[in-house]
Design a protein around this ligand. Structure first.
Ligand SMILES: [Fe+2]
Length: 618
């Protein structure tokens, strides 16, 4: 037996992944266990879980692999400082003690944390090797072009190459400070969202704006060559030497200061979002075209933070030169743990790779699961009133019935997702046809006002009927955006059109029903869809089928099972706590159905407030 543990840690979203004889046994982010969003600490809990899942102990591990090379990264920080000295002194003195203490002692720290792993060799892969490996090795392709688009690892920010059978070869790169990820993050910061997590909000804001600043970006900020390579004018940025992302010159160029977090969103912010989104898409398409020209390969795989930009992915799929693309669902740094482990198994140990027709990511359902017996014992202890279904069919029928009654349902099933998105294992679901669902879910369950609609889940076989996606394509990891099909759009009245074009309240705009599935239709008719198939997620597939047979609609709303700022729930305890603290109507824990109406007395206002107070705003 060969056991390889991959680890990413100490920056953002720590995670662990375990391969046993090449088989992906388990993978999870640390935040789910510690309940601290984006937890960057050593992933002790995730490691413990992975080992338990495999039924082995640390002493059985042959390799422990860390997803980047700390010394090379330190060299980048030092060189960047010297290049900008003395300008960067403040950020330098903030960063360096942490580096000296934590990161340069990495070898010792990992050895200490993994004290039981006495025989394991400790290996450090490069940051982009880890991302690239996570994009190619689990993909359904024997051969593919590889593109990673990221903020920054050691030096590299963008890299491309080719994967064939059990090897990847990375040939071209763009290095720091020129970075598509940091460019997008700079605009995220300037528009008042959090770097490293608010990028998704900026992408969601873009449909409200017009790309009026795109020319200014192309002319002054980033010079893009026909092959997609780019050079950024660093006078507009401050991330090399300062503690902010953008500089005064940036504010002057766009005639706007950085927006204060949580303050009102104005049209100019939406236009900024639309502009940087457009330029990002152009660059991604240009690089993809170039790679295709150079390699002649039909498939492309992607990873790195920018690969989570599902609007760009959607355009790549529809307009790009590749027949098909596959995007690693844990494309951020959490996925580095998986890539690092796979890099060792295939590339270093030269083990053969067998390609699965779906892919080898198992729906990214790689985390903990709990049996119905476990759930039942827990609910009994907690004194909760519930109904246990012995037959899956009856359970599915009951949940579908509740969904048709406009109930909001917490859906906790099987193994927890690896990566940032809830894919139907730790999800809150509802009827996508309901015009009220968007605001009900936002205001009464997630406790946020949101200008973003929710994401749809749709039966794989019905997807092209409802969305503008080719029947041969799929989006199993919610990483592709497509428009709602023409036949499902509704004609707007004059009043509605006026609200759409004039209302300053974005929530009012997004609540104008524009299709048969308004809860998941954005203002530009786009939707972040997840296609659900029988192989990856059979139970959710049955539920969608049952809902379709009752309503004619194979689409439901899917949002992550948490409140604002809370990591997605992991265990039944987390799910029940979140359920009780919100106005969710129904909780389905494996085969047990819990109705809020039967458990009302247990919920107090103070309990809800104390649950919400545990999590900082995201
Ligand atoms: Fe990264």
């Amino acid at each position: 037996m060969t056991a390889i543990l991959g680890i990413s840690a100490f920056y953002h979203d720590s995670a662990a992944a375990l391969l046993v004889d090449g088989h992906l046994v388990a993978a999870a982010q640390e935040e789910r266990f510690t309940r601290k969003k984006h937890d960057p600490d050593f992933p002790s809990n995730a490691v413990k879980y992975c080992l338990k899942e495999a039924g082995i102990s640390a002493a059985d591990l042959d390799y422990v692999v860390f997803y980047e090379k700390p010394f090379v990264k330190f060299e980048r920080l030092l060189e960047t400082y010297l290049a900008f000295a003395p300008a960067g002194f403040r950020s330098f003195v903030t960063a360096i003690p942490v580096w000296l203490k934590e990161k340069l002692m990495m070898n010792r720290r990992i050895r200490k944390e993994m004290a039981g792993a006495t025989k394991a060799k400790l290996i450090f892969t490069e940051h982009h090797e880890s991302h690239a490996a996570s994009a190619f090795f689990p993909s359904p392709f024997e051969e593919a072009a590889i593109l990673t688009l990221d903020g920054v690892g050691e030096w590299c920010t963008t890299i491309w190459g080719v994967g064939k059978a059990n090897r990847i070869e990375l040939t071209n790169q763009i290095t720091f400070p020129h970075s598509l990820g940091l460019l997008y993050s700079a605009f995220t910061y300037h528009c008042g969202f959090k770097v490293n997590s608010g990028e998704y909000k900026l992408m969601g804001l873009a449909p409200y704006g017009k790309p009026v600043y795109a020319d200014r970006i192309r002319k002054h900020i980033i010079d893009v060559k026909p092959d997609g390579s780019f050079w950024m004018d660093m006078q507009y940025f401050n991330y090399c030497q300062g503690l902010t992302m953008t500089s005064h010159q940036f504010s002057n160029l766009f005639e706007m200061e950085p927006r204060k977090p949580e303050s009102t969103l104005e049209q100019k912010h939406m236009d900024m979002a639309a502009s940087i989104q457009l330029v990002t898409e152009e660059i991604v398409l240009a690089i993809a075209n170039h790679i295709h020209q150079q390699t002649g390969i039909r498939h492309l795989v992607l990873a790195g933070g920018v690969a989570l930009n599902c609007v760009a992915n959607g355009r790549l799929l529809r307009e790009g030169p590749f027949d098909d693309i596959w995007v690693q669902p844990a494309s951020g740094d959490a996925g580095g743990a998986l890539g690092a482990a796979q890099f060792v198994w295939y590339q270093l140990l030269n083990n053969p790779r067998h390609v699965e027709s779906v892919d080898s990511q198992f729906g990214s359902l790689l985390g903990p699961q709990f049996t119905t017996d476990h759930v039942t014992r827990f609910l009994n202890r907690a004194g909760v009133t519930y109904q246990r279904f012995e037959s899956d069919q009856e359970l599915i029928a009951r949940v579908a019935e509740l969904l048709t009654e406009d109930k909001v349902v917490g859906w906790f099933q099987g193994r927890m997702e690896y990566g940032p998105r809830a894919l139907g294992s730790r999800s809150i679901i509802g009827d996508a046809r309901s015009p009220k669902m968007q605001s009900v879910m936002n205001v009464k369950i997630k406790y946020r006002e949101s200008f973003r609609p929710f994401a749809p889940i749709v039966l794989r076989e019905e997807a092209s009927e409802w969305f503008d996606i080719q029947p041969q394509h799929e989006s199993p990891y919610m990483l592709v955006v497509a428009d709602v099909a023409e036949s499902k759009k509704t004609r707007l009245t004059r009043d509605q059109m006026q609200v759409m074009s004039e209302s300053v309240d974005l929530c009012e705009r997004v609540n104008v029903p524009r299709s048969e599935i308004p809860a998941v239709t954005h203002v530009d008719y786009s939707a972040r869809l997840q296609t659900v198939d029988q192989i990856r997620n059979p139970r959710l597939h049955s539920l969608l089928k049952e809902f379709q047979s009752r309503t004619g609609c194979p689409v439901l709303v899917n949002t992550s099972f948490n409140v604002r700022g809370e990591p997605i729930v992991c265990a039944p305890e987390d799910a029940l706590r979140c359920f009780m603290a919100t106005e969710m109507d129904v909780l389905v824990l494996e085969n047990c159905v819990i109705l809020k109406s039967k458990n009302e007395t247990q919920q107090t206002f103070a309990e809800r407030e104390s649950h919400l107070a545990r999590f900082a705003l995201d």
